[in-house]
Ligand binder design. Structure first.
Ligand SMILES: Nc1ncnc2c1ncn2[C@@H]1O[C@H](COP(=O)(O)OP(=O)(O)OP(=O)(O)O)[C@@H](O)[C@H]1O
Ligand SMILES: [Mg+2]
Length: 347
């Protein structure tokens, strides 16, 4: 099968007050008509890779091709074939939803009559028909995200880049977007998406690469990545933090893997699940610890991520420590680092 995206040994360093090697020899390929997921913790280089592939940013070295065209040498041609929905919505606050879509069509030199019809269809498809003639500043976060994705689709791109498309969406809106993405791929579109939601990667991506500090540290299908981890996870819930800490020490004695204690949960990967569970329960009993939950489970993509990067994903961190700090930090970051895509080189 031909490749829609080929990235070979891509590097990019940002210089400034502090030098950051955002991409350090990244290579991957994406087959036509598939979804490729680029995963990684904050600052691992996902957006930098997307910006290079969408011609916003030039790499220092290495090559990137979209549908066989070099993104540096054939930037104009590449831009005519792709769509981009950026991490931070690239839309004009004062224009209505419909006017934003028409503006994107004009920037793409599409005919007036085509753009009018296309805007109607997209507003309908993204459940924005009623809000289409209201200025964007009256839209909710989820409506903006949907409009941003609609804007990326005005020119019917063959290859679509989505940088954290569902961050900040409620579960229903996230699910709706996933269905839209699936139907696009069913129609032959190739999608590269970055995400920190492992559930999203598991559901949508045919293949994945995990980035960390500008390096690809793992790649494969979601299934092979989970299978490679091999082990079973023994997870114990405790009534308080002190018992969780003591349980962590007990779990450390069960095998070669170190336990992880997170709030009132302690877990460890074990090679022989049932036997480790029996030993674990006996040891807890000897210590006088009574768990509130005791689960033996298959590894999730989140465990893969944790074992590779040493971090939980944002999604899991939020679930486990839901005191609002993570969300607040991300909102601040979004405001500080807004990408001026609409006004940038990309059009
Ligand atoms: N324009 C820039 N100038 C200086 N440093 C930058 C610039 N853009 C990105 N960086 C740095 O490069 C590294 C990679 O950033 P990038 O935005 O690609 O990460 P990311 O994986 O998209 O992160 P997130 O999950 O937070 O969106 C980070 O250390 C970031 O601070
Ligand atoms: Mg990013």
């Amino acid at each position: 099968m031909p490749y829609a995206i080929e990235v070979d040994n891509l590097s990019k360093t940002f210089t400034g007050k502090r030098e950051v090697r955002a991409l350090d020899g990244v290579s991957f390929t994406v087959e036509e008509g598939t979804v490729f997921g680029l995963l990684g913790p904050n600052g691992s280089g996902k957006t930098t890779a997307v910006r290079i592939l969408t011609t916003i940013l030039r790499p220092d070295s290495g090559t990137a091709r979209v549908l066989g065209h070099d993104v540096v040498k054939k930037g104009g041609l590449v831009r005519s074939l792709i769509g981009l929905a950026g991490q931070y919505a690239a839309v004009d606050e004062n224009l209505t939803g419909r006017e934003n879509l028409v503006m994107v069509g004009n920037l793409n030199h599409l005919s007036r009559s085509y753009v009018g019809g296309r805007a109607n269809d997209l507003l309908e498809q993204f459940n924005l028909a009623d809000a289409g003639d209201r200025p964007l500043k009256t839209y909710s976060g989820g409506m903006r995200r949907r409009l941003d994705l609609a804007a990326a689709l005005v020119a019917r791109p063959t290859v679509l880049f989505l940088d954290e498309p569902t961050t900040g969406l409620d579960p229903q809106s996230r699910n709706d977007l996933w269905e839209v993405i699936e139907s696009l791929v069913g129609g032959g579109t190739t999608v590269l998406l970055t995400t920190q939601y492992l559930e999203e990667a598991d559901r949508l991506a045919n293949t994945l690469a995990v980035l960390d500090h500008g390096h690809v540290i793992a790649e494969g299908t979601p299934a092979t990545m989970k299978a490679d981890l091999g082990a079973t996870v023994l997870e114990v819930g405790l009534p308080n933090l002190e018992d969780a800490r003591r349980t962590g020490a007990v779990l450390d004695t069960l095998g070669p893997h170190s336990s992880i204690v997170n709030g009132t949960f302690a877990e460890v990967t074990v090679d022989n699940g049932p036997e480790a569970a029996m030993l674990g329960l006996r040891a807890l009993d000897r210590e006088g610890i009574v768990p509130t939950a005791f689960t033996l489970r298959e590894p999730s993509l989140d465990d893969v991520f944790l074992s590779l990067t040493g971090h939980r994903t944002v999604e899991e961190a939020e679930k486990q420590q839901d005191d609002g700090t993570t969300r607040r930090r991300r909102r601040v970051r979004a405001a500080e680092e807004a990408l001026p895509i609409a006004t940038g080189e990309f059009s």
